[in-house]
Design a protein around this ligand. Sequence first.
Ligand SMILES: *Cc1c(COP(=O)(O)O)cnc(C)c1O
Length: 427
Amino acid sequence: MEPDEPDRPLEAILQVIDPEVSAAIDGELARQRSTLDLVASESVPPRAVLEAQGSILTAKYADGYPGNREYDTCEWIDEIERLAIERAKALFGADHANVQPYSGASANAAVLHALCEPGDAVLGFDFAHGGHPTQCAAETFAGRNYRAFAYHVRRDDRLVDMDEVETLARRHRPKVLFAGWSCYSRHLDFARFREIADEVGAKLVVDMAHFAGLVAAKVHPDPIRFADACTMTVHKTLGGARGGAVLCRRELAERVDAAVYPGEQGCPLPHVIAAKAVTFKLAGTDAFRERMERTLEGARTLAQVLLEAEDRTRAHVVTGGTDVHQLLVDLAPGGREAWATLRRLNNIGISANAIALAYDPLVEPACSGLRFGAMALASRGFGREQFAEVGAIISDALANGGEDPDGSLAGRVGELTSEMPLYRYLG
Ligand SMILES: *Cc1c(COP(=O)(O)O)cnc(C)c1O
């Protein structure tokens, strides 16, 4: 039996069964290989993670938790989920871990479900100022099921306004106070968040979807000891399986578990839980820590090069730099629109995000912000020297209004992508 027999639909390879999807995956591989990926939420999943996530575990039903399932014959799934839980707890120094959330959004939904009744007040970081919609935006479960309030960054220094957090917390007495961001480049003051939560009787939930990898590598202030619960993604800076997880204090474990299953989800995804276990194992290694340090160095290098070029580019690095894996750039000083600028960067082989900034002078969908992250390129092997060149290419592109008439910028991108090949093992 050969893998190329189309009359064996369970055994023939993808290329034979479905040439269209197969070609699209090949197209995406080629795109990733030839693109400088500065999307801050993206990374390069390790081969071992892809292998686990693409495994036969996909077949298994296993509603429930290790040792307590609604299905029989879950001994291997139990083994895998126990490994994932124990590794997550050890990696972060947490009392309890739930590794079943399908995504970061599902993790936030589960934590709200666990800690609030419908109609209770919650306080989160405004989406338009750097938070994630699932903390308090009107159109999400957070805004529909709870009385959701939002805090902001200050106009002058673009840092989270902790006085506003305190005022809103005193006024609305939220059950949950979120600390965590998607578009922000500085450390949060977890101690102050804790104080405010204690004063008003709120549970503090640190939404570390973006910076979980930095926390795991101990290159970011540790939120675990301040938080009642932490939500995360496993695929952003943790760089692995596609999904979410929750950490919490011992006394919340039962409520969190019940909120994930059966509260918010059905059967967990065993193949993804296996890939999460592998991710947590890798995240405890020296190699991961080195990659995270290089990620931070990369983001700082990009910020520094872009800062030095500000007169030329008329694009401002928000807050003057970064503490983390990403930086925000404000195009308003040059009067440019972010989506149009991003399309030009795409044309020379750079991908990133166009985002609305706090106090953005443009009206959505137009916006003034670009977000650049260093994780994917650091995973590809980039170090300070390459990041400096990436910063120089972006600066030159912005200074030219994104134009590349002689193709020289695209050529410089091509040199970097061939110097640092991606997924070499895929041939
Ligand atoms: C990305 C993100 C999420 C949602 O994660 P998904 O896996 O995309 O659902 C939640 N919170 C924050 C702060 C995020 O950055």
